[in-house]
Design a protein around this ligand. Structure first.
Ligand SMILES: [Zn+2]
Length: 90
């Protein structure tokens, strides 16, 4: 009888451990999508989304997950304008 209880407890512990591990794995795998990276501050890089159809330009000041917006039914072009004094462009 005592052995049975011990076995039952042992099985319960194993099941609990496996359950926690699964939860941890699921939680760890979901973390990147649940918490995306911090948006990158690109205001000084002069990045623009340009619509080739109508000429609309949107300056990007903070770049999160790279998703190019659409304008006039077309994907906007990502243009990086040269910034005076930017050493990476010279
Ligand atoms: Zn447009």
């Amino acid at each position: 009888m005592v052995v049975r209880v011990i076995v039952a407890v042992a099985i319960a512990v194993v099941i609990a451990m496996v359950g926690f591990k699964t939860l941890k794995a699921v939680g760890g795998g979901a973390t990147p999508t649940a918490r995306p990276e911090e948006p990158e501050d690109v205001a000084e890089l002069a990045v623009f989304f340009v619509c080739r159809e109508c000429g609309t330009e949107l300056q990007v000041t903070r770049l999160g997950e790279a998703q190019v917006p659409r304008h006039c039914g077309e994907k906007m072009e990502v243009v990086r304008r040269p910034v005076p004094g930017d050493p990476t462009l010279n």
